[in-house]
Design a protein around this ligand. Sequence first.
Ligand SMILES: C[S@@+](CC[C@H](N)C(=O)[O-])C[C@H]1O[C@@H](n2cnc3c(N)ncnc32)[C@H](O)[C@@H]1O
Length: 235
Amino acid sequence: MERSEESYGETPEATCEGAGFYRTSVLRHYDWWVHGVSNALIWRVPTGELTQLYRQNMTACHLEVGVGTGKFLSKALSREWGGELLLVDGSHDCLEWATRRLERQGIQVASSLQVDLSSPASTMIALEPKFQSAGLNYVLHCLSGQTAKDRAVQFVRRRLCPTGALFGSTLIGTPSTPFLPARWLERRYQNLGIFNNQNDSVESVRQLFDNHFEDVSCRQYGRAVFFRAAIPKAD
Ligand SMILES: C[S@@+](CC[C@H](N)C(=O)[O-])C[C@H]1O[C@@H](n2cnc3c(N)ncnc32)[C@H](O)[C@@H]1O
């Protein structure tokens, strides 16, 4: 299968809010730090449950948005999978890293798109609404403000087929946690602009998906809200 790579809008890393941080030098340590140490010890999020979420919800026509290192795709898929996979991210380094990782495993990436999800142009990109599943994991807490988060969900909603479902998780910043290491790290990341989740709560996450989908379920694990949103609403 021929793989295509495209870039939309103004997506130089420095101006792509939330994605500029995810360069190769960070990705080298990302899985170990985020899904190893901080999930277990700081956010109290079971990484194994995230892998399960992917295993249970991925279909043969999948859109992965905010791909990072591609860890969960790599865990959920095997060489025999043979489906269609489109990767979307604001960081060129993430797209390259994840594609190489999956291809080393024998998993074909059909195409990748470099898109700034927080830009108004992102929702307009012409892309067939054919995907049966979409992953959006640990992306919403990077995006600043409700408008940007809403655009990211809209971006996905418009690319899903009528029976498609979006799933993933996001770290919330409210109410504030009594666990001091989590509170400290959350503030530090918020001050650095890595997290933009000061106003995110279980209720605000649910509302975000209720605006765009008919069938929404959310459950909390530690500082994360896991979600699944099915039956995209019409524009
Ligand atoms: C915290 S990482 C999560 C990576 C992966 N999904 C995971 O669960 O490990 C956030 C991802 O979202 C991407 N991202 C953040 N802001 C973005 C934006 N404005 N547009 C597109 N991608 C963005 C980053 O480049 C990165 O790949």
